[in-house]
Design a protein around this ligand. Sequence first.
Ligand code: ARG
Length: 291
Amino acid sequence: LPVPAIVDRMHRSQQSALAPARAQRKRLFMCAPDHFAVSYSINPWMDGQLGRASGSRAKAQWTALREILGRHATIETIDAVEGLPDMPFTANAGLLHDGRFVPSRFRHAERRGEEAHFIEWFRRHGVEIGRLPGRILFEGAGDALFDEAIALLWMGHGQRSEFAAAAGLARLLDVDTVPLRLVDPRFYHLDTCFCPLPRGVLLWYPAAFDEDSRALVESRIHSSQRIAVDEADALAFACNAISLGSAVVLHRASGRLKRQLDDAGFTVIETALNEFHKAGGSAKRLTLRME
Ligand code: ARG
């Protein structure tokens, strides 16, 4: 890296009120499901679920998740807004990196109203806003996941985010980006089928990707480091996991998957999130990593 870029980045993170400084403790950004509902359908999970989600069950499940995460991380929250039922899925707010926030530009009109609220929250908390050029569709950390072992951003496209977002993010955040094409509408965000874990371990559902993308993943991550989940685990959103140190928090994993994760040195913490599955979301999407 040229020296000015490094200086610029240090300067930015020192300025930001939310920069983790020396702290090891992670920060997660969440939004309580105070106005959560399935009131439209923009993914296959929502079909047939209109009006079927229970607000009180969702709140209880979210509160339990927050409690678990609070043991490992600091939780920041934004107030829920009436009329924006998908706002609890803060993974889609944007992508945060080095004290800079790249806001999402949602594909569906139903979620575009969230954009201004998220931007305003980060602006108010002293975070620099860096926008992608033009009208590129990008759904934040739902489709953009940093590798935990190498300096690399994995980027999902083909369902919600556009291919062009990968190059835009690479330029804006000065990171290497690997675009992966998603081909199954049930796995419409990268975080539904791909989860980089510490020490370079990858949890993923290969069938959600086209052949070239699968090959790309296999060329970058050694087979001994890849844990491929089966369709049943994938449909239970096992890949939509939050990793905090050696803990992996998710809705549910089969005995086989738990053993595999255990062998890789991780401790699985299950917490029911099925009320959110009616909207097509699970553990990881209810959070946005802030470091
Ligand atoms: N109903 C929301 C949508 O379809 C769910 C978002 C899930 N978010 C995610 N990062 N996978 O947009």
